[in-house]
Design a protein around this ligand. Sequence first.
Ligand code: DGT
Ligand code: CA
Ligand code: CA
Ligand code: ZN
Length: 586
Amino acid sequence: MTKNEIADVLAEIGTLLELKGENPFKTRAYQAGARALEAIEDDELATLIRDERLKSVKGIGDALAQKIGELHATGKLEFFEKLKASIEPGLIEMLEVPGLGPKKIRALNEKLGLVSLVELSAACADGRVAALDGFGDKSQQKILEGIRNRESYGRRHLWWDAHEIAVPIVAGLRALPQVTRAEAAGSLRRGLETVGDLDFIVAATEVAPVVEWFVTQSGVKEVTARGETKASVRFESGLQADLRLVPTDQFAFALHHFTGSKDHNVQMRQRALAHGLSLSEWGLVPAEGEGTAKEKAGGGAHGVHAGDETALFAALGLAFIPPELREGLGEIEAAEAGELPRLIETGDLRGAFHNHTTASDGRNTLAEMTAAAEALGWAYLGIADHSKSSVQAKGLSEQRLAAQVAEIRAFNASGRFKTHLFAGTECDILPDGRLDYDDGVLASLDYVVASVHSAFTQLADDMTARIIRAIEHPRTTMLGHITGRLLLRREGYAVNITKVIDAAIANRVIIELNASPWRLDLDWRHWRKAAARGLVCAINPDAHETAGLSHVQAGVNAARKGWLTRENVLNTRSLDGVRRWLGERR
Ligand code: DGT
Ligand code: CA
Ligand code: CA
Ligand code: ZN
């Protein structure tokens, strides 16, 4: 395990101990341990463990050092597993409800005897929660909403999480000797921000061993259906997956059908009919005559042969349509006219602007973040830690910001890294739309990301005016996470997005596409039109640790769904190109 993963486990232990009502000193020791780890670099941790010097680190005692060693070596911790098993699962679930921490959950458990979300929601409904000390009407309402959101979102999963499960399965399927082709289809392949279930399409010479392999994968919790050429399973996270096996000559048709979307498929079938053909998951055959499409495709005599999707599209007079565009939003017309955009790719990115370090709420130091960007081959990395009003996120005072800028300039001068650092800030947009630093301070920076982190409940008109005021500030380079939404967890705040986009275009301010898998905000559904009107995008990982830089891939998915090309995105430009752009803005 990496030190950040170990720190996560320690912090979770702290939370669970608090939930159990353990001695606060013990609880705090784990939280302190997690923080202490965050200040150590990864290779330093390995050395400390090897030399048995971990205990010498402030905040890490004997017991903690032993546990960190166990996690580092094995990725598991018996103490942690036993602790989890000793707590009512419903109480652990309550931790996912916004506004509920371990202390409040304990109070609910001790005073009302609640052990599950169902009981909690009933207690909210009849007002028992509001009557408790430290709760009240407002927090009861918030808990109830949180539980409802959780239910309605509960059936879907973040693209990122689904992707992590799907990748090794596709690789494993392809490695089987019986398998000739294997792909993940469905919303995952289309790069949708959330995924309902996984859909694997496989062509194989023999089916039984493939089905057997699929249902015995590690992480499969339940086999929900099993047939000769099909199987469905459920993973630990609740994510379900369908496997479909097809003959090799049907693979392209099945892959296209199960990639969807439904709207795209409906339009494709209409187009096929206009060509006198019938398109289905089994093939493309003449529309008139006897028999089902399946029989005809199986018969092969009249069916159109397509070895891959490119040939399938070509048979209908279309250029290959990238899966991300298959939402039934004009992609077929564009493919017919030869006007499909050349979509941006992850490899086009040469850096990113919205990233945090340990100076604010990040978990890796400036040097670690820079080294990670260098390892990705990035020409530049923008550092945008929080500003002073974001107290909980350790926002930087003017003095600390000045020190960071000096450190960044020194890094650049030293030639220690190939990656150039830009000095920026993620500056709070205060409730009235002013920025959190004075103009003089902002002028000392290379760029400014302006974001809303407070007063989320403002009325839409006020929020819109607030954000537009920030956009009109001459030092604002880009707007961070425009709605503040957290996918599957929290709706964005109320804001008139069209007006904000208008203001951004008029002021040559970028709107970021926040690539955090939880945000993906500004939503892809707005990008095509906005970019056509001149809005410039930056795909920003909002990384809070080195591993977070790779989230740009989720942002690129969303950008592709928004029909964006590399020309639309600032961080595809060279270092000089970005310097010029920032220079012209000043
Ligand atoms: P999801 O799983 O909810 O995130 O979304 P998808 O798009 O993966 O949907 P899913 O898993 O129900 O089905 C995969 C694809 O199969 C879907 O995108 C299109 C195709 N498909 C499934 N059912 C139908 C249908 O009733 N009509 C049409 N035209 N296509 C369908
Ligand atoms: Ca699906
Ligand atoms: Ca499915
Ligand atoms: Zn932010």
